[in-house]
Design a protein around this ligand. Structure first.
Ligand code: NAG
Ligand code: NAG
Ligand code: NAG
Ligand code: NAG
Length: 446
C-alpha cells in the first residue's frame, strides 16, 4: 500500500503545523456546522437519545447469526449444562466481517469504546483532541455507562458519542460491556478499528498519527483489514516479572471445550502469547470483533473459578476477550492476524520493539513511575495513578509515534518542568502540546 508521509524537523513541522491547524480549523467549523459529516451516522443530541435500536430494517443480530453460521463451528461441549457455546472459525471461511447497517460514505473510522462508570471527567479534552483530526469522520465514540443514567441528566459526556444499551457488569468483569460496545460499533460499516479505553486514558499522539498507526499493518489473513493490536506479556509462562503485575497470566490456557470436529482450532491452550495484566485496552479489527461478538461469551463459564492457576491475580476483563479470539482462531492463525502479523511463532517476537509498537496504551506499575512523573498505586494490584506528569517526557512521547494513549490520569493531574516546577494542568496543556510537538501524517492513503 502506497503511503506518503512527511517526517519534518521539529522547526519545519511547527510551521507546517500552523498551516495544518488553519486547515483543520476550517474543517472543524464545517463539521460543527454539519454535525459529524457522514450521512446516516447518528448525531446524538444527548446520550440518552442516542442508543441505536435494532430495527427490522437493519438487524445486526441477523447479521451476526449469518456470520456465526457461515464462519464459525460450534465446539462440542464438555459440560453439557453450560449455557455458553464456544465456537471456532471454520477452516474454509473467508476473513470477512459483519457488514453493519447502511453504506459507509465516509473514510474508514476508528471507534473509541469507553468503559464509563458514571461520567467522563476528561470529556472536554477528548472532544478537543478529536477536533484536531484532519477529518472528524475518522473517529466515532461509544460509551457504556455502568451507572448514573436513566431518568436524570446524562453524565458529562462527549459530544456525538453514542451511548450503548447498559448490560450487567461487576467489579473487574466488563466482558459483557466490552461485547456491547463492540457490537454497537459494528453497526456502523465505517468502523474498521475498535479501541477500548477508559475514562482515565489520555491521548498522547495527534489523532492523525493515531489513525495512521492503527491502520498501518494489513495482512492477507485478515482479508487486507488492519491487524488487531494486542499488548502481550514479555515474561514467559510462570516466570515472575520484577515489576508487580507485569507478569504473564496463565488463565487463558484452560480451554473451554476440548472436543471439536475441527482440530485446527484446538490449540488455544498452548503456552505462547500471554496477555499483559491490565491490558484489555486492545484495538480490534472489524473481523476479530465480529468473531467475539457473534459468540457473546462471558466469564466465568462452566463453573470455572474467577481466579485460576498461577501467576498474578487477573480480572476476566483483562484476558477473556483475547481468550475467546484465540479459542476461535487457534494460535496458528492468531499470530498471523495480530500486531502486524507475527507469523507462526510469537515466543521470540515479544521483544521490546514489538511491545513498543503494539502496546498502544502505556500503563505503569513500577515505583519509579516509568519516568513519566509522579504517581502512586491506586489499588492493591493496580497500576499507578499519576498525580503529575514530567513535561519533558510527555513532550517526547507526543513527538514519537508510540504509545498512542496513556493511563491513569485523573482530571486534576499537573505537569512539572525540569526545575520541578508545576506548569499547569494536563487537561489545559495537553492539546497545545500535541499541537506544538506532534508530527502529524499529512497524507494517509487508506
Ligand atoms: C457445568 O456448568 C454449570 C453451569 O455453568 C456449572 O454450574 C457446573 O459447575 C459446571 N460443571 C463443571 C464440572 O464444571
Ligand atoms: C519458537 O521460537 C523459539 C525461539 O526462536 C524456539 O525456541 C521455539 O522452538 C519455536 N517454537 C516453535 C513451535 O516453532
Ligand atoms: C523528565 O523526563 C526527562 C526525559 O525522560 C528526564 O531526562 C528528566 O530527568 C525528567 N525530569 C524530572 C524533573 O524528573
Ligand atoms: C506552543 O507553541 C506556542 C508558539 O511557539 C507557544 O506560545 C506556546 O507556549 C506553546 N505551548 C505549549 C504548551 O508548549
Amino acid at each position: 500500500m502506497e503511503r506518503s508521509r512527511l517526517a519534518a524537523s521539529p522547526l519545519l513541522s511547527a510551521h507546517l503545523l500552523f498551516a495544518a491547524v488553519c486547515v483543520i480549523a476550517i474543517f472543524s467549523l464545517t463539521f460543527i456546522a454539519t454535525g459529524f459529516g457522514s450521512a446516516g451516522r447518528p448525531r446524538a443530541a444527548s446520550l440518552i437519545d442516542s442508543a441505536i435500536p435494532d430495527t427490522a430494517a437493519c438487524s445486526l443480530e441477523a447479521d451476526l447469526d449469518r456470520f456465526r453460521e457461515g464462519n464459525l463451528l460450534p465446539l462440542i461441549k464438555t459440560n453439557t449444562s453450560s449455557s455458553q457455546q464456544f465456537h471456532c472459525v471454520r477452516a474454509s471461511s473467508p476473513p470477512v466481517a459483519v457488514r453493519g447497517c447502511g453504506d459507509c460514505s465516509g473514510p474508514p473510522s476508528v471507534a473509541f469504546l469507553f468503559l464509563v462508570k458514571n461520567n467522563v471527567p476528561l470529556a472536554a479534552l477528548w472532544e478537543e483532541w478529536l477536533a484536531l483530526s484532519m477529518d472528524r469522520r475518522r473517529f466515532t465514540v461509544y460509551l457504556h455507562i455502568q451507572e448514573g443514567t436513566g431518568a436524570s441528566e446524562p453524565p458529562s459526556s462527549l459530544r456525538g458519542a453514542i451511548s450503548v444499551e447498559r448490560v450487567k457488569t461487576s467489579y473487574g468483569n466488563f466482558v459483557l460491556a466490552e461485547n456491547a460496545l463492540l457490537k454497537a460499533a459494528l453497526r456502523d460499516p465505517c468502523n474498521q478499528m475498535m479501541v477500548l479505553v477508559t475514562v482515565s486514558h489520555i491521548p498522547v499522539s495527534h489523532p492523525d498519527v493515531a489513525y495512521d498507526v492503527l491502520f498501518q499493518h494489513r495482512v492477507p489473513e485478515t482479508g487486507g483489514q488492519p491487524t488487531s493490536r494486542f499488548c502481550y506479556a514479555k515474561a514467559k509462562p510462570f516466570e515472575r516479572s520484577t515489576h508487580k503485575g507485569m507478569g504473564n497470566m496463565d488463565l487463558d490456557r484452560t480451554p473451554a471445550d476440548t472436543a471439536s470436529p475441527s482440530p485446527s482450532c484446538q490449540d488455544a491452550e498452548s503456552t505462547i502469547g500471554y496477555d499483559l495484566k491490565h491490558h484489555q485496552w486492545r484495538a480490534w479489527n472489524r473481523y476479530h470483533a465480529s468473531i467475539v461478538v457473534a459468540q457473546g461469551l462471558t466469564y466465568p463459564y462452566d463453573g470455572l473459578p474467577w481466579n485460576r492457576g498461577h501467576g498474578p491475580y487477573a480480572d476476566p476483563s483483562e484476558w477473556f476477550g483475547h481468550h475467546v479470539l484465540r479459542r476461535a482462531l487457534g494460535n496458528g492463525a492468531v499470530w498471523k492476524q495480530v500486531n502486524g502479523g507475527l507469523q507462526t511463532n510469537h515466543t521470540d517476537r515479544c521483544d521490546d520493539k514489538i511491545l513498543t509498537e503494539f502496546c498502544d496504551t502505556k500503563t505503569c506499575w513500577s515505583a519509579d513511575a516509568c519516568g513519566y512523573g509522579m504517581g502512586r498505586s491506586c489499588s492493591p494490584s493496580g497500576p499507578l495513578c499519576f498525580s503529575s506528569l514530567n513535561l519533558t517526557k510527555l513532550t517526547e512521547t507526543i513527538s514519537s509515534r508510540h504509545p498512542l494513549f496513556f493511563r491513569k490520569v485523573p482530571p486534576d493531574a499537573t505537569l512539572f518542568d525540569e526545575g520541578g516546577r508545576e506548569v499547569g494542568r494536563v487537561t489545559d496543556l495537553l492539546i497545545p502540546l500535541i499541537r506544538n510537538y506532534s508530527r502529524p501524517v499529512l497524507v494517509t492513503s487508506i
